[in-house]
Design a protein around this ligand. Structure first.
Ligand code: F3S
Length: 393
């Protein structure tokens, strides 16, 4: 692999041991995937932040990197296991909170912007079309590649950190235009309504397409919120890191001949797959991926003057800057007065919630996947409106 003088010096240890270790990770990955050179990245997003997933071994690795490692480019974090300020009222225990704070402090020492969110593009970590970046969270990677038109592979925790500490990544995979061409066409022959419908579409296409890049037609109108729901779902159920949507996403591609059809029956079948029989709903969560201010405003409107029913817990999860905006606008007060929680920095999948609830209702197909797999909850997927109706019933 061709390395510039500066890159070679980083690899040789001239800039310290964290930079050296990072360069070793990046060049090893580059060699495995046949990269010819390294490229600069302008933005990084690191996943694997919850102490629940990291444990002591992960924390020790990070502490070693923080001894002399400092970020070279704008870097933000994926959700942690708790709201870093209001964790106590969400039922997080002291031990977990202390350890989670240790993780965040270490990232902070390295110069990472420690706002913990899977929608970095909503809070200022927003690349432009054509920029090379190194992001890790699957829904954000899919959104960045497809909706924004930035270029990123799906990084792992260590490789994203390595990119942050060097400002480089190896040029392979989705950094190369020839690997971004659509492979299968999906004709959507039904009208989609809310974010839950877009999650169901992600489920249908994700399961069918696997890792093949889809070219989707028939979607007439979208919002950013619907695209983030679709990105999360298609990445979860199919491992897709890039999609094309006719007249909606900005990347150019050839249109594939191979065509599949998606009907309302397919979406209904996906809904039945995500709906467990006799789910006893005691947990309602909106904000996977993290809620936008528009979604929070809608939640506040729907909860105005209502009260969350006894025995039910409601989490609306979002990024800290968005929560601050919600506080400023009075949405936080409305939501919390209704007995729901506006939780920042965390989400229902990475918080330590196992055994706390029996059944989750959510508008997110991705949240269903993790609720079942990780937390052993039963699930039901509904629109935001229906979720909140359930919450106050
Ligand atoms: Fe984000 Fe957590 Fe969903 S990281 S995409 S809110 S599972």
């Amino acid at each position: 692999m061709d390395l510039s003088r500066e890159e070679q010096e980083m690899l040789d240890g001239k800039y310290g041991k964290a930079t050296k270790k990072s360069m070793e990770i990046i060049t090893t990955l580059g060699e495995i995937y046949g990269a010819e050179r390294l490229i600069s990245v302008s933005s990084v997003q690191i996943a694997g932040v919850s102490y629940h997933n990291l444990g002591e071994a992960g924390l020790e690795y990070l502490a070693g990197m923080a001894e002399d490692g400092r970020t070279k480019v704008l870097t933000t974090l994926n959700p942690a296991g708790m709201d870093l300020v209001e964790w106590k009222k969400h039922g997080i225990n002291n031990d977990f909170a202390r350890n989670q704070q240790r993780v965040v402090d270490i990232f902070n020492r390295m110069g990472v912007v420690t706002t913990c969110t899977c929608t970095p593009y909503l809070i200022g970590n927003l690349p432009h079309y054509g920029e090379h970046i190194a992001w890790a969270e699957s829904s954000a990677v899919c959104f960045a590649n497809s909706v924004i038109g930035a270029l990123t592979n799906r990084e792992g925790g260590p490789s994203a950190l390595a990119a942050a500490l060097t400002g480089r990544t190896a040029e392979y995979g989705l950094h190369l235009r020839e690997n971004r061409i659509a492979q299968v066409k999906y004709e959507v022959q039904t009208k989609l309504e809310d974010t839950d419908d877009f999650g169901l579409l992600g489920h249908v296409i994700g399961v069918r397409t696997g890792k093949e890049i889809p070219y989707i037609t028939g979607i007439v109108s979208v919002t950013m919120e619907k695209l983030k729901s679709f990105s999360a779902s298609v990445a979860t159920y199919g491992g897709v890191a890039l999609f094309h949507m006719e007249n909606i996403t900005p990347n150019r591609t050839l249109v594939p001949d191979r065509t599949e059809v998606v009907t309302r029956e397919d979406l209904d079948a996906a809904r039945m797959t995500l709906d467990d029989d006799e789910a006893d709903i005691d947990f309602i969560s909106i904000g996977c991926p993290h809620a936008s201010i528009k979604e929070i405003a809608r939640v506040a409107e729907l909860l105005e003057g209502k009260r969350v029913a006894e025995g039910k817990t409601v989490w609306i999860t979002t990024a800290k800057p968005t929560k601050e905006l919600a506080i400023m606008m009075g949405y936080y007060e409305t939501i919390e007065n209704a007995g729901a929680f506006l939780v920042s920095d965390a989400c229902c999948a990475v918080a330590p919630l196992k055994e706390r609830f029996k059944g989750l209702m959510t508008d997110s197909a991705k949240a269903c996947f993790y609720a079942r797999g990780k937390n052993k909850f039963k699930t039901e997927i509904r629109s935001i409106e229906q979720c909140l109706e359930e919450a106050v019933t």
